[in-house]
Structures are given as C-alpha cells and as structure tokens.
Design a protein around this ligand. Structure first.
Ligand code: GLY
Length: 367
C-alpha cells in the first residue's frame, strides 16, 4: 500500500509543502503541474541538476515524470562530493541555464544529496535574481535537513558554507524508496540528524526510535518506521523553520551537536569522519555538558548515547584530536556571538535551548 504524507511549511511569504510519498519520483511532474495555479506552469523549462551516479539510478524516472507532465527538461550533471561544492560548479549551472535559455518562470530541480541541493538552491537564488527551485533529496540527511528551510550555498576554500543565500523551495519531494541504494555509512549519517530532532523537539520520535529493534541499516527499518522517521523529522524541521526562517533565535537549536561536531570535522580536515558522525560525537559531548549543568539527567544522556550507538554511529572524539585545539576552533565558529561560544543544550528529551553561559572548563570536562 503506497504511503503518502504532506507536511506544510507555513512561511508567510512562501508557504510550501514537503511530500513524503513512495514512488514520489514518478509523481513529481504531476505534483508540480496540478491545479489551477500549478507550482510550475506546464510547458515551462526545467533545469534538472544532479550528479552522474544519482542520475544513472534515478534520472530516467525523474525525466519521464517531468516530461509527461508537459515540461521541457535539460540536464546539468556536476561531479559528486563536498569538494566540488564550489563557485566553479555554480558557474557550470549558470552556463547550462544560459545555454537552455532558462527564464524567470522556469525552475531548477535538484536531484541528489545535500551538495546538489545546496548548489542548485544557490544557483536558483541568483540566476536572473531568483528562479524557483524544487528539491528532490536522495540521501537521508538531505531529506530530513538540507532540502527544507531554504539554506543554500557553497564552500569557500577557508570554510564550509561561507557563501550562500536563503532561498526556499517551491516543493520538496521525498521518495523514501531511493534510500535503498544509499550507502550504509551515509544512511547512518542521516540518522544522526533524525536522533537530533528526537532530542531537541519530538520526544515521541525519540521513543519510536528507542522501540525500533535496529536503526543502523535501511533494510532493518521497514516501511512504516521509515515513513514515521521521515515525516516526524520533516515536521520538526518545518515547525522550527517556519517560526524562525532566518535564524534570529529558535532555528539555532537545529545546530544541536553541531558546534563540537564542526570542530571535529574541521580538525580531521573533513577526512575519516563524515558530517553525521561528527554531529553524533558532538551530541554525546553536548549531552555530557548538559548533565553536568543540570539541563537533563544522567539517564537521559545515556538514552541518547544508546540511540546513537544503535544507529551505528561513533560516540567518542577521535583520540588524535587535542581538547585545546578543539577549544581554539570553537572560538572561530559561526556560532560565536560577542566572543562567547553559543551551545545548544537539551532540556530533558524533546526540547532545547541556546545558551552562551558555558565556560571553557565545562567544555574541557566534557571533552
Ligand atoms: N541545518 C540547519 C538549518 O537548516 O538551520
């Protein structure tokens, strides 16, 4: 029985929907074209941006669905990987847009993981001062995080995501079945963000994850649990983002585990540990600080750690990293405000708060 959920993202200036639907790829065109005021008018041009591996697996289905709905589609393939998340890749999208005569009412469609989504979103934000973008995420991480909320951009040689723009999508279409071909390590990385939502926002999600026999591989989850995980995580992200689109306050709680996580990623020079693994390590460390400061109990910290272990994710800071180096790096983090490192602390299970009142000694004790 096909499953479908529609999650609204009720932003005042541009509300949109996240659709979680089995065989969503095959319904993408129809969804965009439906109704009296379609999201993108049939007959319009669509620039489909992807990478060669994803396109090989899912390109034909996506193209068929779009062309059958009456769109004219051209494809732009970019090399896969974080190291290609650069302005020169954006230039390739612009070149394709120019060659294809993409117009203001045309749209770009991102078919891929977070790198493809962030770059396509940024190109769409800037091409002709802004054309529509449709996000079709193919990794768990992109499904539950990057595709929703409009953060787009590329890396600068000196730092991740330093160049970017907020540009909300017209639609996010999630087809859970594509996760079947996602490498296990990437699936687990996405699970770190799912656990994050359970801790900071949705206690029921946390408990649903606890009740699952296994979380470390797609094949052990089953369709119902996967659907629950995707819809509740997207719902959490949609609720947070629609209350604070530009991260003036609340949205910063989505950075739970990321402050220390980014320090780990950066000191490892983005090798040997991926984003989700670093976030998992960061959540365990933040959990220790939270216990020491009374934001939650030892039991709650242990429950978080067990879930992270169940998802096959690491919990310890790599032994080669020195605590002092981590602290120095934290001072340069984007989350520093008025010289104080801003930390997200869980408040029991299912809520969180941002605080600047954490001392060097308290961080060192957790490291
Ligand atoms: N990934 C964090 C955010 O979208 O705000």
């Amino acid at each position: 029985m096909p499953m479908k959920s529609v999650i609204p993202v009720p932003l005042p200036h541009q509300p949109y929907e996240v659709v979680v639907a089995s065989d969503g790829l095959d319904h993408l065109g129809a969804w965009l074209a439906a109704g009296d005021s379609p999201l993108v008018k049939p007959g319009q041009k669509l620039l489909l941006v992807s990478n060669p591996a994803i396109f090989k697996q899912y390109g034909d289905r996506t193209l068929n669905s779009l062309t059958q709905a009456g769109y004219t589609v051209e494809t732009c393939l970019l090399p896969a990987g974080e190291r290609y998340k650069t302005l020169s890749s954006i230039q390739k999208i612009y070149d394709a847009a120019l060659g294809f005569h993409l117009e203001r009412k045309s749209a770009m469609v991102a078919l891929g993981g977070g790198v493809v989504g962030d770059m396509t979103g940024f190109a769409a934000a800037t091409w002709l001062r802004g054309v529509s973008v449709v996000q079709v995420p193919t990794s768990l991480l992109a499904m539950v995080d990057a595709s929703i909320g409009g953060k787009t951009g590329v890396n600068h040689p000196q730092g991740k995501n330093l160049i970017g723009a907020f540009h909300q999508p017209r639609l996010v279409m999630i087809d859970p079945l594509v996760l079947k071909t996602l490498p296990t390590r990437e699936f687990r990385a996405g699970m770190a963000e799912v656990i994050k939502y359970g801790v900071i926002w949705d206690r029921d999600l946390f408990e649903a994850l606890e009740a699952a026999p296994r979380l470390d591989q797609y094949r052990y989850l089953g369709d119902d649990l996967l659907h629950t995980i995707l819809t509740r995580s997207c719902q959490a992200k949609a609720e947070v983002v629609s209350q604070d689109e530009k991260e003036a306050g609340l949205r910063a709680i989505l950075n739970y585990g990321h402050t220390l996580g980014h320090a780990v990623e950066s000191l490892m020079q983005y090798r040997g540990v991926n984003h989700g693994e670093a976030v998992a390590i960061g959540m365990v460390a933040a959990g220790k600080i939270a216990t020491a400061l009374g934001y939650w109990t030892e039991t709650e910290a242990t429950r978080q750690r067990s879930l992270i272990e169940k998802a096959g994710l690491p919990t310890e800071i790599p032994s080669q990293l020195a605590a002092d180096d981590m602290l120095t790096l934290l001072q340069g983090d984007k989350k520093v405000e008025d010289g104080q490192v801003r930390f997200v602390m869980p408040q029991g299970l299912g809520a969180a708060v941002v605080t600047g009142n954490i001392t060097r000694e308290q961080i060192l004790a957790a490291l």
